[in-house]
Design a protein around this ligand. Structure first.
Ligand code: 13P
Length: 253
């Protein structure tokens, strides 16, 4: 059984002080233990949040990483550093990294393998732009990103990966993909997993959805058979709305 996963991607928001304030507020809510909760803050706040969430089941994740364990790469963070600061997860291949920082599928696959080798769970993101969707290229784009971002992974390794479908046109725009549209792509990803890794492994992989997820649409999205959770941007910055999303997800599945 796939346990619902609710992950908050804070992007480049919140100082350490703001992050600690958020943590205090979030843990004051009665959160269900029927779903996994992850927060991916800016790297500067990871360790303080790890301390603030100690004794709770809330996990932490990075938003990016280098594939090397260490090296002369100014400005980069290694998997070992993320892990030791308190992370269990790491987001890889987010569309903002692909768009603004030239992250390629090839780099994502190297990072995914490195994350797994260093005991981190990669959250590998795929998603089409509006132009690609309107040109009828959604399946082609998703299939290509899936193939190249997961290159070199074995069936044993894929069960330690989370996949996230994030249509670029739904990120930060207030336009959520309908539950039917999101299920269609998440279902396609499940089919690609079956073809590449076999059905036993494919059934174990969590495929989440991201793009304007809010307390009032999360339940409907998670009711779909292949939507196993949410990657939440804007609505994860407010403790109350993030708690409402977790509560709605907890009663859904
Ligand atoms: P929003 O929820 O703000 O649309 O962001 C989604 C996202 O990019 C999460 O990674």
């Amino acid at each position: 059984m796939r346990i619902p996963l609710i992950a908050g991607n804070w992007k480049m928001y919140k100082t350490v002080g703001e992050a600690i304030e958020f943590a205090r507020e979030l843990i004051s809510f009665a959160l269900p233990d029927s779903c996994k909760v992850v927060i991916c803050p800016p790297a500067t706040a990871i360790f303080s949040l790890w301390e603030a969430f100690r004794g709770t089941s809330i996990e932490l994740g990075g938003q990016n990483m280098h594939y090397s364990v260490e090296g002369p790469y100014t400005g980069e963070l290694s998997p070992a550093m993320l892990r030791e600061a308190g992370c269990k997860y790491v987001i890889l291949g987010h569309s903002e990294r692909r768009q603004y920082f030239a992250e390629t599928d090839r780099a994502v696959s190297k990072k995914a393998l490195s994350a797994l080798e260093n005991s981190l769970i990669p959250i590998v993101c795929v998603g089409e732009t509006l132009e690609q969707r309107e040109a009828g290229l959604t399946s082609e784009v998703i299939s290509g990103q899936f193939r190249d971002s997961l290159q070199g992974l074995t069936a044993g390794q894929i069960t330690g990966v989370v996949l996230a479908y994030e249509p670029v046109w739904a990120i930060g725009t207030g336009k959520t993909a309908s539950d039917i549209d999101a299920q269609q792509v998440n279902g396609l990803i499940r089919k690609l997993l079956v073809e590449k890794f076999g059905s036993e492994a494919a059934e174990k992989v969590s495929i989440i959805y991201g793009g304007s997820v809010k307390p009032d649409n999360v339940r409907q999205l998670l009711a779909q058979p292949d939507i196993d959770g949410a990657l939440v941007g804007g609505a994860s910055l407010d403790a109350k709305s993030f708690a409402e999303i977790i509560i709605a997800a907890g009663v859904n599945k």
